[in-house]
Design a protein around this ligand. Structure first.
Ligand code: ARG
Length: 480
């Protein structure tokens, strides 16, 4: 099969045999390189083969190809697949892109039948199909990594359901919360990202093939057959739209931007918490690096880098939106610029998720330090105010009384829970012995005992619900 065919049809002297007929001089050497995409769209090769096998199968089904021609094409494409997987395929910039490289090689292998593969098809619907097939597979990989990270967070949250830390607003100590509750807040953000990912997948999973260059084709094609062979939900409704829009890639990049925004916020907290000043957590050495000059340093490089990589993903979102904003229907060469931002977004998202999914279960909480920090900063002041309200004081007056108690505490360097009853009673005589139960950190978190609250029992219940929701979502994954 690999010998050169004896009859491959008309020859031409111009550079690219795919359109030589109309041209009177070869493409300028620089323009050839400038317009080529094979250096990056080679990444679509296996999906290009997958699309071609389905296209040839459909063409035979409707009688445009004979069964023998179909078999020769599929066998040739199979051999090419092997060459690509073994790294033996000779990619050529002169053949511009992944599609023409593969088609030329097929003709090289099986002769004139190879030239029939492109019947009823254009590179315009071909490339749109390839990207959708590729992105659909990648979405499933991203979804699995996201699920792994969520599982890690839920596991850690369950383990740290009783661990008390200061909760912050304005990065100032606000009220005590449990560490498990904080981790489940992260988990909620990722759960919404996961929903967005699977929602985006539905719109990716639509078949462009059959749109041909822009207007459809005169052959009696059956697009439902091709859609089914490739696992697409349905054929795209409109041929002009099918070859031109890339909103599905923008949508994925928007998902990725939101995800990275969330990972970046988590990173920021991890970095803060590993500092000597906070010392809330420890990250295992294998996720950190040292300094070449300061021997004591252990740097949280992984979260820092994830925070940093967020910028390039936002950039790709802006790039893709801008790429599309002025394009008239239908296909324009501009669209060749869709691939690199999308590929880099995928690489970045997969890398960040993998790093986080590996690292999160290994986070070590320094419960003593967290507890100590929560004891500072009068984090149970609101609990004292609520106590006074329960004793009949109006909330505004209670707020004032507690404010005076805090001012006293600052002067005396005493937390509210460290004051004597007599000291507390200077500010209100409704205060009794029972006040100390609400001034402790444990009492404070335990009483926030409702759905969405920080009480340890609520955290454990929320972790179980999160596990169930993740299992339900994961069973939806891969089902278009
Ligand atoms: N390399 C092209 C792309 O990525 C393939 C489609 C080319 N179509 C065309 N009419 N020049 O968009």
């Amino acid at each position: 099969m690999s010998s050169r065919p004896t009859s491959t049809g008309p020859t031409n002297t111009s550079t690219n045999q795919s359109w030589g007929g109309r041209f009177s001089e070869p493409t300028d050497a620089f323009v050839e390189r400038f317009t080529a995409s094979v250096d990056f769209d080679r990444r679509l090769a296996l999906h290009d083969l997958q699309g071609s096998v389905a296209h040839a199968t459909m063409l035979a089904r409707v009688g445009v190809l004979t069964d023998e021609e179909r078999d020769a094409i599929i066998e040739g494409l199979g051999e090419i697949r092997g060459e690509i997987e073994r790294g033996e395929f000779a990619w050529s910039v002169r053949l511009e892109d992944v599609h023409m490289n593969i088609e030329a090689r097929l003709t090289d292998k099986i002769g004139i039948t190879g030239k029939k593969l492109h019947t009823g098809r254009s590179r315009n619907d071909q490339v749109a199909t390839d990207i959708r097939l590729y992105l659909r597979d990648e979405i499933d990989v991203v979804g699995a990594e996201l699920a792994r990270l969520r599982e890690g967070l839920i596991m850690l949250a369950d383990r740290e359901a009783d661990t008390i830390m200061p909760g912050f607003t304005h990065l100032q100590t606000a009220q005590p919360v449990t560490f498990g509750h904080h981790l489940l807040a992260w988990q909620e953000m990722l759960a919404r990202d996961h929903e967005r990912l699977l929602d985006c997948r539905k719109r990716v999973n639509v078949l462009p093939l059959g749109a041909a260059a822009l207007a459809g084709t005169t052959y009696p094609i059956d697009r439902h057959v091709t859609a089914e062979l490739l696992g697409f939900e349905r054929p795209a409704e409109n041929s002009l739209d099918a070859v031109s829009d890339r909103d599905f890639a923008i949508e994925f990049t928007a998902f990725a931007s939101m995800l990275l925004m969330h990972l970046s916020r988590m990173s920021e907290e991890l970095v803060l918490w590993t500092s000597a000043q906070f010392a809330f957590i420890d990250l295992p050495d294998r996720f950190c690096t040292g300094s070449s000059i300061m021997p004591q340093k252990k740097n949280p490089d992984v979260p820092e880098l994830v925070r940093g990589k967020t910028g390039r993903v936002y950039g790709h979102l802006m790039g893709l939106l801008t790429l599309m904003k002025s394009q008239p229907l239908a296909y324009n060469k501009d669209n060749q610029e869709d691939k690199e931002p999308l590929f880099d977004t995928l690489d970045t998202v997969k890398g960040c998720l993998r790093a986080f999914a590996d690292m999160v279960p290994a986070i070590e909480a320094k419960a003593g330090n967290m507890q100590e920090a929560a004891r500072q900063g009068f984090s149970t002041a609101t609990d004292l105010a609520d106590y006074l309200v329960r004793k009949g004081v109006a909330f505004r007056d209670a707020h004032e009384i507690v404010g005076q108690s805090v001012a006293f505490g600052i002067k005396e360097s005493k937390d509210l829970s460290e004051m004597s009853l007599a000291e507390l009673r200077q500010f209100s005589d409704v205060i009794d012995e029972d006040v100390f139960a609400v001034l402790t950190l444990e009492g404070s978190v335990a009483t926030r005992n409702h759905i969405g609250g920080t009480a340890p029992d609520q955290v454990r219940a929320a972790a179980q619900r999160a596990r169930d929701a993740l299992a339900a979502l994961s069973s939806r994954e891969g089902q278009g």
